[in-house]
Design a protein around this ligand. Structure first.
Ligand code: 5AD
Ligand code: SF4
Length: 483
C-alpha cells in the first residue's frame, strides 16, 4: 500500500515538497522564564502566543530548548541580579547552539550592555518593542548575532495580539494601558516601559467577549496605572470601561491593578457599587504615610487626600477590601515619618500590604538623594511594619468568621483534604466539602468561614438551603453550584 501526504497528495519522502522541507528544518523550541509583576506574566503570555504562531513549541527546560528567553524585572535590585545569575548559569549551553534572549525591564534598562556582560545573549528587547518580535525572531533564525528592540519607548502603540497563550482557563489578564508618565522618584518603570498609552475601549471589550466565549469568568484589567486610562476613541472613562467589562455576559468577576491615588476617582467606587461583577477589592498603593515623604517621592498626593479616597471606599455599600504597597527607608524618611506610616496602617485597616525596603534604581530622580538609612535599619522598619500589619490582618480576618462567602475554586490541596478558593475580596479561603467530588477548578461555590489566619481563611462548603449539587453550566469551563 502507498501512503500519500495528507497535505499535498504526493508520495512522501520522494516528491512531497512540504514533508521534505519539514524534514530539513529542525524543530523550533523555546523555554521562557518570567520574573516580576502581573504585567510581566501577561506580557509573557503574549510573547508565548507570538512564538507559537511563528511555529515554535514551548518546552519545560533550558536543556530541551533552542531559544531561551528571560522576561525580566528591575523594580528592585535583587530582581535583576537573579537574571544575570541565570544567564551565567547557562552560559556553557550557548556552545551547543542555543540562543538566549533578554526581554522586559532589565533588557530596556541595561540595553546593549547586556551583550558585554553576557556575550552569549543574541536578543535584548524591552516591552515597548514586543510588537516587533516576529521580525526579530526571523533575524535571529537567520543567524544574526545581536538583535535589539530598544527604541520604542515613545510609541503610542500597545502590544495588541490575537495570539495570547493564557495558562489559566478561568481567570485571565487584559492589559488596558501600558507605560507610565508619573515618574515617582523611586521608580524605574517610566524608563523601562516607556510613555503611557491606552488601548481603545472597543478593543478591550472585544477581547473580554472573546474570553467570555472561551469560558473565562474572571478578568483582571492590567496597567501600571489603570486610573490614568484614556480611551483613544474618547468613548469611555476608566470607570465606564470597568463597568462595561463587568457587564459582558458570562463575566462574573472583574479586578483591576494597579491604581494611583492621584487619579483614583469616586466614579470607580460608584461603578463597584453598581455592577455586581466588579470585585470587592481595590489595590491602592500609598508608599508612605507621611506627607513629607510622599512629597520627596513625588507621589502627587498628601496623606489626607489618600485618606479621602479610603473614606469613599469605606462608605461604599459593598465591603471593599483594600490593599497597598509601602516602601520603608526612602531617603529622608525619619522615625517620625515611619511612625506616620504605622499609624496609617491602623487608620486604614488594610486587608493586605506588600512592603519593600527602598532600593536605589538607575535613572530615577531619587538617586540624587543620599540613601543614608543603613540596610539594617531598613530591615528593622520592614519587620516592625509587617508585624503590625499581621496583627491588623488577623483582626480583620477574624471578623469574617461565620460569614458565607462566594469563592472561585482554584484547586485542591490533597495533603490537607481541602479545596482552595478565592473570595471576591481576593482572600484565600481553604475549605472542606464533604465528598466534594463534584467540585472542580473554575466553579463558584458558597463557603462558610470557620477560622481565620493573618493570610487566609478556612471554611466549609455552606449547607444553607440544602445542597442541590451542580445547578447549571455558565459555559463550557465554569459551573455554578447552588445551595
Ligand atoms: N525600591 C523599593 N520598592 C519599590 N517599588 C517600586 N520601586 C521601588 C524601589 N526603588 C515598589 C512600590 C511599588 C511596587 C510595585 O514596588 O511599592 O508600588
Ligand atoms: Fe512607578 Fe509611580 Fe508609575 Fe507606579 S505610578 S509605575 S510607582 S512611576
Amino acid at each position: 500500500m502507498v501512503f500519500l501526504c495528507a497535505l499535498c497528495g504526493e508520495k512522501p519522502l520522494f516528491s512531497c515538497a512540504i514533508l521534505s522541507l519539514m524534514a530539513q528544518t529542525p524543530e523550533k523550541t523555546f523555554y521562557i522564564e518570567t520574573f516580576g509583576c502581573q504585567m510581566n506574566v501577561h506580557d509573557s503570555e503574549k510573547v508565548i502566543g507570538t512564538l507559537l504562531a511563528q511555529g515554535y513549541r514551548q518546552v519545560e527546560s533550558v536543556q530541551e530548548a533552542g531559544l531561551i528567553l528571560y522576561n525580566t524585572c528591575s523594580i528592585r535590585d535583587k530582581a535583576e541580579q537573579k537574571v544575570f545569575h541565570r544567564l551565567a548559569d547557562f552560559k556553557k549551553m550557548a556552545e551547543q547552539g542555543k540562543k538566549f534572549g533578554v526581554l522586559g525591564c532589565v533588557a530596556q534598562q541595561e540595553g546593549e550592555k547586556i551583550f558585554e556582560r553576557a556575550p552569549h545573549v543574541s536578543m535584548v528587547c524591552g516591552s515597548a518593542s514586543y510588537r516587533n518580535l516576529p521580525e526579530m525572531l526571523v533575524r535571529i533564525e537567520a543567524g544574526k548575532q545581536r538583535v535589539t528592540g530598544l527604541d520604542d519607548r515613545e510609541t503610542d502603540e500597545c502590544f495588541e495580539t490575537e495570539f495570547t497563550s493564557r495558562s489559566n482557563p478561568y481567570r485571565g489578564y487584559i492589559t488596558i494601558i501600558e507605560g507610565c508618565d508619573k515618574f515617582c522618584a523611586f521608580c524605574v518603570v517610566p524608563y523601562t516601559r516607556g510613555k503611557e498609552r491606552s488601548r481603545t475601549s472597543a478593543s478591550v471589550l472585544e477581547e473580554t467577549r472573546r474570553m467570555a466565549d472561551a469560558g473565562y469568568t474572571e478578568i483582571q484589567l492590567l496597567g501600571q496605572n489603570v486610573n490614568s486610562y484614556r480611551d483613544p476613541s474618547g468613548r469611555k472613562s476608566f470607570a465606564e470601561l470597568l463597568a462595561a467589562v463587568g457587564e459582558v455576559a458570562g463575566i462574573r468577576r472583574v479586578r483591576f491593578t494597579t491604581s494611583h491615588p492621584r487619579d483614583f476617582g469616586r466614579d470607580i467606587v460608584q461603578a463597584i457599587e453598581a455592577v455586581p461583577a466588579l470585585c470587592d477589592q481595590v489595590h491602592l498603593p500609598v508608599q508612605s504615610g507621611s506627607t513629607r515623604v510622599l512629597g520627596l517621592m513625588q507621589r502627587l498626593y498628601t496623606r489626607e487626600q489618600y485618606l479621602e479616597r479610603i473614606a469613599w471606599m469605606k462608605a461604599a455599600r459593598r465591603p471593599i477590601s483594600i490593599s497597598t504597597d509601602i516602601i520603608v527607608g526612602f531617603p529622608g524618611e525619619n522615625q517620625e515619618d515611619f511612625q506616620q506610616t504605622l499609624s496609617l496602617l491602623d487608620e486604614v485597616g488594610y486587608d493586605s500590604v506588600f512592603s519593600f525596603k527602598y532600593s536605589p534604581r538607575p535613572n530615577t530622580p531619587a538617586l540624587k538623594f543620599i540613601d543614608h538609612i543603613p540596610d539594617q535599619e531598613k530591615s528593622r522598619r520592614l519587620t516592625v511594619l509587617q508585624e503590625r500589619q499581621k496583627q491588623i490582618q488577623s483582626g480583620r480576618n477574624q471578623k469574617q468568621v461565620g460569614e458565607v462567602l462566594e469563592v472561585m475554586v482554584e484547586g485542591r490541596n490533597p495533603a490537607r483534604a481541602q479545596w482552595i478558593g478565592r473570595t471576591s475580596q481576593n482572600k484565600v479561603l481553604n475549605f472542606t466539602a464533604g465528598g466534594g467530588d463534584e467540585l472542580a477548578a473554575g466553579n463558584y461555590v458558597k463557603v462558610r468561614v470557620t477560622q481565620a489566619f493573618p493570610n487566609s481563611l478556612v471554611g466549609e462548603l455552606a449547607a444553607d438551603g440544602g445542597q442541590q449539587g451542580v445547578s447549571h453550566f455558565l459555559n463550557s469551563q465554569s459551573q455554578e453550584i447552588a445551595f
